[in-house]
Ligand binder design. Structure first.
Ligand code: IVH
Length: 702
C-alpha cells in the first residue's frame, strides 16, 4: 500500500470500528463476531504504530467502545472502566506470561483465572451500607445512571448487614464501588422467550443482547420481570467526597493485598462472585485452568466467552499499571468463536443418494470453534433465497452443534455490486437430467434414478457402518469400480471376481480377499441393518428396526400394505407410503431382485435383539425421547434414528415417562405439554451438540 492507501485504510478502519462499536454497545445488534472486531482493531493498531504521524486521540484504538444512551443521566466513573486485552490461543497467553515476568523483574508471580462472563458491565456504589448508584460502562469515563434498574436485581442487595465495613481489611471505609457483569441465565432466557412466544412478542436474540436491552429499559417492573443475575469481580473503597474517587493504594495499606481477598470480601458482603475462581502459579497451571473452563462451557447455565487472567497481587497490579484502554496486569483469553465471517467464494452442487441436490458454500477457509472451515451447507434454494445469499458475499458461518457448519446470514454492507445470485439448477450437475421438485418438498432432485452420483451415494450407504458395514470397501474403491464399469449397483459387488479385483490399481490379493470376506459378512448382518442398507427414503436405523421386528424377511416386507405399515410405532402414513412405494417401484424391485440373486437375503434373517451400535454409557442410552417440530440439519426420522442408534428410545407422544423433548422450529402442542410437565427441552443446536458428544456419525446421508 502506498501512503495514500494507508491513510484511506486508517480512516476506513476508524469509521468501521466506530460503527461496530455503536452496533455492539448501543443498538446491541452486533454484525460481526468479537474475533472479527479484534482483527479490525489489530489492523488499525498496526497501521497506526507504523505511522505515528497520523495518531489521533479520538481513534477507537485510544478509546473503549461506548454504550451511552441519551435517555439516562450520565455520571462520571470514579476510576476509568477499562477493557481487557484479548488473546485467542495458548501462544498469546505464553507471551503475556513472559511479558509480565519480565516487567516484574523475574519476581515470582501468582495468577488468578476466572470465567469471562458474556454479559454487560455494571458498577454499583454503596454509601453507609446502602446502594446509591448503578452505572453502565458508557465510554469508560462516564456511564449511564441505571440505578433504578440495578435495584431490581435480586442479587444486588439494597442495604448491607450493619457490620459490612468490618469485612474490609482496613478501617474507615464509608463507601465503596463494586464492578461486575450482569447476565441472563440460559434457563431464564429460554423461559422469557417461551413467554414472549406465547404472547406473540418478538423473540430475544441471545442472552447478552437481552441483558443489554433490559438494563436500558425505562420500565423497571419489566426489568424486574426479566430476572437478571450478576457476578462481581472488582471492589474498591471510595473517598468520602461528593466527587467519588478511588483513594486506595496497596502500598499505603488502603487496598486489598490481592485479587483473591478482593473476591472473598465481595462474597462476604453478599455480592455474588463466580464460584469457578482459581489461582495458577505458572504457565502450565494457567493453561490447564483455561482448558478446564473451556471444557465446562456447555455445562453452565450462563454464557461465558472466555477466561480472564489477572496478576493476583494488587501491589504488582499497581506497578504494572494500565494503558489508556486496558490494564497490563490482565488478559482476556477468548474461547474459539462459534461464529466467523468469511468470503463465500463459490456455490457448488452436491447430489445425494436420494437424488436431492444440495447447494454447498465454498468458503475462504476460516477458523471456527477450534477447526478450519472451508465448506458449509446451504440446505436448499428456499433458504438461499430467504437469506439472499450471493456468490462473493461476506457471510457469517456458525457451527450447528459442532457438526455441520452453516451459513447464518450475509453482511450486505460489504457488497460492491459484483455479487451474484445463484439460480436453482434446471439440470442435474452430474448427469444433466432435468431436475424435479416433488409436491410438498422444497428439495430439488435429479430425475434420473441411475444418475452416477445417486448410484455412488447408494453404494456408499449400502457399505456404511450402520448398513452392511463392508470391511475393505471405501468411497474411493466404489468410485473406481463404477468408473471401470465393474458394477452398476450394490448387488454387482457380490459378483466381483477376485482375479479382476487383485489386478486393479492399488489392489492386490490381500485387499481382494478382505473385500470378499467383508461381502460374506454382509450377508450375515442383522436384518434391520439390511433393511437400512436398501436406502428406502425416510427409513433410518430406527424405522428399519421397527420394520425388522414386524416383518421376518424380505418377502414379507415387500408385500406389506401401506395401511399395515402406517399402524406401526414410529412409522405413520407418510413413511408407510414411502416404504410401500419403494418396493412397488421399478428401481426398488430391481434392487431387491438383484440382491436376492446374489444371495444377500437369507431365508431366516437374524432377528434384532439389540439396537445397532449402541455404545452403552452415552447421554442418550436408556432415555426416552420425543422429537417434534422441523429440524434444519436432518429430518425427524433421521433424528429418531440417531437417538435409537445411541441406545435411546423414541416415542410418539409426550408423557410423564418422556425424559427429553427434542424441539425443532414450529414445535406445537408437544412442546407446550413438555413444558407443562417440566420435561427438559433440547433445541436443535443443543441436540446436535449432544449427538456429537456421544460420538454419533451421520452415516445415513452421503
Ligand atoms: S476484570 C480492567 N473479570 O470483560 C478491566 N472482566 O473485555 C477489569 N468481564 O470490561 C475487568 N467477566 O465487562 C473482568 N471475570 C471478569 C470478567 C470481566 C467479564 C468483562 C468486563 C470487562 C470486559 C473486558
Amino acid at each position: 500500500m502506498d501512503r495514500d492507501q494507508v491513510r484511506d485504510r486508517i480512516t476506513f478502519l476508524r469509521e468501521e470500528i466506530d460503527r461496530h462499536n455503536r452496533l455492539y454497545y448501543r443498538q446491541t445488534t452486533p454484525e460481526i463476531s468479537d474475533q472479527e472486531f479484534d482483527a479490525l482493531l489489530q489492523e488499525l493498531q498496526d497501521l497506526e504504530a507504523a505511522h505515528p504521524e497520523w495518531a489521533d486521540d479520538s481513534s477507537p484504538t485510544a478509546r473503549v467502545g461506548s454504550d451511552s444512551d441519551e435517555r439516562f443521566p450520565s455520571v462520571a466513573h470514579s476510576v476509568p472502566m477499562l477493557s481487557l486485552q484479548n488473546s485467542y490461543d495458548s501462544a498469546e497467553v505464553a507471551a503475556f506470561d513472559q511479558r509480565v515476568r519480565k516487567d516484574m523483574g523475574g519476581h515470582e508471580v501468582l495468577y488468578t483465572v476466572e470465567p469471562k462472563m458474556d454479559g454487560v458491565a455494571l458498577a454499583v456504589r454503596y454509601r453507609q451500607g446502602r446502594l446509591t448508584l448503578g452505572l453502565t460502562r458508557g465510554d469508560g469515563t462516564k456511564g449511564d445512571d441505571i440505578t433504578a434498574n440495578a435495584r431490581t436485581l435480586a442479587e444486588i442487595p439494597d442495604s448491607l448487614p450493619p457490620d459490612w465495613a468490618s469485612f474490609f481489611p482496613w478501617s474507615g471505609v464509608t463507601a465503596f464501588e463494586a464492578r461486575g457483569e450482569v447476565y441472563l441465565k440460559l434457563s431464564q432466557f429460554a423461559e422469557l422467550n417461551k413467554q414472549r412466544e406465547a404472547e406473540g412478542q418478538e423473540l430475544l436474540a441471545n442472552p447478552r443482547n437481552a441483558t443489554a436491552g433490559t438494563l436500558k429499559t425505562l420500565d423497571t417492573a419489566e426489568v424486574a420481570r426479566r430476572g437478571l443475575s450478576v457476578f462481581f469481580y472488582q471492589l474498591f473503597a471510595l473517598d468520602d467526597t461528593g466527587q467519588e474517587r478511588h483513594p486506595g493504594h496497596v502500598s499505603e495499606g488502603r487496598d486489598f493485598p490481592d485479587h483473591q481477598s478482593e473476591m472473598a470480601t465481595l462474597d462476604a458482603l453478599g455480592l455474588p462472585v463466580n464460584p469457578f475462581f482459581r489461582t495458577a502459579k505458572d504457565l502450565p497451571e494457567l493453561q490447564a485452568h483455561l482448558e478446564d473452563l473451556a471444557g465446562m462451557r456447555d455445562t453452565l447455565d450462563y454464557q461465558i466467552d472466555g477466561a480472564v487472567i489477572k496478576v493476583d497481587s494488587r501491589l504488582w497490579q499497581e506497578r504494572l499499571g494500565s494503558t489508556a484502554k486496558a490494564p497490563r496486569w490482565g488478559l482476556a483469553f477468548k474461547f474459539p468463536a462459534e461464529e466467523a465471517v468469511t468470503l463465500l467464494k463459490e456455490i457448488t452442487l452436491q447430489v445425494g443418494r436420494t437424488g436431492v441436490i444440495t447447494p454447498v458454500a465454498e468458503l475462504e477457509p476460516v477458523r471456527l470453534a477450534g477447526t478450519t472451515v472451508s465448506r458449509a451447507t446451504l440446505h436448499n434454494w428456499d433458504e438461499l433465497q430467504r437469506k439472499d445469499i450471493r456468490v462473493g458475499d461476506q457471510v457469517v458461518v456458525v457451527k450447528g452443534g459442532d457438526i455441520i457448519p452453516k451459513v447464518l446470514r450475509v453482511l450486505p454492507e460489504y457488497r460492491d455490486g459484483t455479487q451474484l445470485s445463484f439460480p436453482a439448477p434446471d439440470q442435474c450437475p452430474v448427469c444433466g437430467t432435468a431436475t424435479v421438485q416433488q409436491e410438498g418438498e422444497v428439495a430439488l432432485r435429479c430425475g434420473n434414478p441411475v444418475c452416477p452420483a445417486v448410484v455412488a451415494g447408494q453404494l456408499r450407504h449400502f457399505a456404511s457402518r450402520n448398513a452392511c458395514d463392508i470391511d475393505g470397501l471405501g468411497g474411493r474403491s466404489i468410485d473406481l469400480f463404477l468408473e471401470l464399469g465393474l458394477i452398476e449397483g450394490p448387488a454387482d459387488l457380490f459378483a466381483l471376481k477376485s482375479e479382476v479385483l487383485s489386478a486393479l490399481p492399488g489392489w492386490g490379493e490381500k485387499s481382494a480377499e478382505r473385500l470378499r470376506a467383508g461381502l460374506q459378512a454382509a450377508r450375515q448382518r442383522p436384518w434391520q441393518a439390511k433393511i437400512f442398507a436398501l436406502g428406502i427414503p425416510q427409513v433410518g436405523v430406527s424405522t428399519a428396526l421397527t420394520l425388522a421386528r414386524q416383518f421376518p424377511d424380505i418377502h414379507a416386507l415387500m408385500e406389506a400394505a401401506p395401511e399395515d405399515l402406517a399402524l406401526l410405532d414410529d412409522i405413520g402414513p407418510v413413511v408407510g407410503e414411502q416404504v410401500a412405494t419403494f418396493f412397488q417401484g421399478e428401481a426398488g424391485r430391481q434392487l431387491v431382485q438383484a440382491l436376492l440373486a446374489a444371495d444377500f437375503f437369507l431365508e431366516t434373517e437374524q432377528l434384532p435383539t439389540a439396537p445397532i451400535s449402541v455404545s452403552g454409557d452415552n447421554w442418550f442410552a436408556g432415555k426416552t425421547f420425543v422429537v417434534t417440530g422441523t429440524l434444519e440439519a436432518m429430518t425427524r426420522d433421521e433424528a429418531k434414528a440417531a437417538v435409537t442408534s445411541l441406545g435411546g428410545k423414541v416415542t410418539g407422544s409426550v408423557s410423564k415417562k418422556t425424559d427429553v423433548l427434542v424441539a425443532g422450529e414450529k414445535a406445537g402442542s408437544k412442546l407446550t405439554k413438555a413444558t407443562d410437565l417440566g420435561i427438559p427441552v433440547l433445541e436443535e443446536e443443543a441436540f446436535l451438540e449432544k449427538l456429537a458428544e456421544a460420538g454419533w456419525q451421520d452415516t445415513g446421508n452421503v
